[in-house]
Ligand binder design. Structure first.
Ligand SMILES: NC(=O)c1ccc[n+]([C@@H]2O[C@H](COP(=O)([O-])OP(=O)(O)OC[C@H]3O[C@@H](n4cnc5c(N)ncnc54)[C@H](OP(=O)(O)O)[C@@H]3O)[C@@H](O)[C@H]2O)c1
Length: 222
């Protein structure tokens, strides 16, 4: 089997780093651009990254994401712009270009990292939830469009996962209390989320497309 090329955004730490490790384990050639090479806040940076990319991409994982806490009546324009740009516009613009090659080669896997806050709610996450719900819609729309070309598109929606982002947005005492509200009584480890992404982005996944797979220890079932 030919070695696949996987491009993972947001792989410097957290869930993205675990996803990159998972694909490397599978023998893929993994591209993990640094912020200096690909800054998703900037359309120019995305365009310049794409124009310099000298390889086909078989697997595209949009993992970079930001969550600046703020309610639906209190967010700043700056935070609105940044979350829309990193969580939604940049994935759309990268996909627009990279999916063309996948269609031409009749093979591709795209995995969007969404969030449980795209399907259930918690205060102070209005814009973040909106961007992640939009990613779910994009997942379904692209899945239908790209299916004739054997390009499968899915989303993974993690629940509380033990990363810097989670620790920044929730004080330690609150995290302890949160763990008790999760049926599995703990947060996810990044590697546990990566395992699901690894499957969806692999050749073992041959028939799942357009799905939002929730990986939350049962949290959203309560
Ligand atoms: N942690 C959770 O509980 C949780 C739950 C649900 C969903 N998620 C989603 O999972 C994904 C990863 O979350 P995480 O917890 O692993 O986050 P994290 O630890 O904060 O890491 C975020 C990653 O995104 C990258 N990034 C941020 N802004 C960027 C930009 N402008 N350009 C390029 N890269 C940028 C960061 O790169 P730098 O090192 O350059 O900053 C970093 O690699 C996100 O989409 C998040 O919304 C997380």
């Amino acid at each position: 089997m030919k070695s696949r090329v996987a491009l993972i955004t947001g792989a410097s730490r957290g869930i993205g780093a675990a996803i990159a490790a998972r694909f490397r384990q599978d023998g893929a050639r993994v591209l993990t651009p640094t912020r200096a090479e690909l800054d998703l806040l900037s359309d120019e940076s995305v365009d310049s990254f794409l124009s310099q990319l000298n390889t086909d991409v078989d697997v595209l994982v949009h993992c970079a994401g930001i969550n600046v806490l703020g309610g639906g009546t209190e967010f700043s324009d700056e935070d609105l712009h940044a979350m829309l740009q990193v969580n939604l516009t940049a994935p759309l613009r990268l996909t627009r270009t990279l999916a063309r090659g996948m269609m031409a080669r009749r093979y591709g896997r795209i995995v969007n990292i969404s969030s449980i806050w795209s399907v259930v709610a918690k205060p102070r996450r209005a814009v973040y939830s909106a961007t992640k719900a939009a990613l779910n819609g994009l997942t379904r729309a692209l899945a239908v469009e790209l299916a004739p070309y054997q390009v499968l598109v899915n989303a993974v929606a993690p629940g509380y996962t033990d990363t810097e982002l989670t620790r920044r947005n929730n004080p330690p005492a609150e995290l302890e209390a949160i763990a008790q509200t999760i049926p599995l009584r703990r947060m996810a480890r990044p590697a546990e989320v990566a395992e699901v992404v690894g499957f969806l982005g692999s050749e073992h996944n041959s028939y799942m497309t357009g799905q939002v797979v929730i990986v939350d220890g049962g949290y959203s079932c309560l």
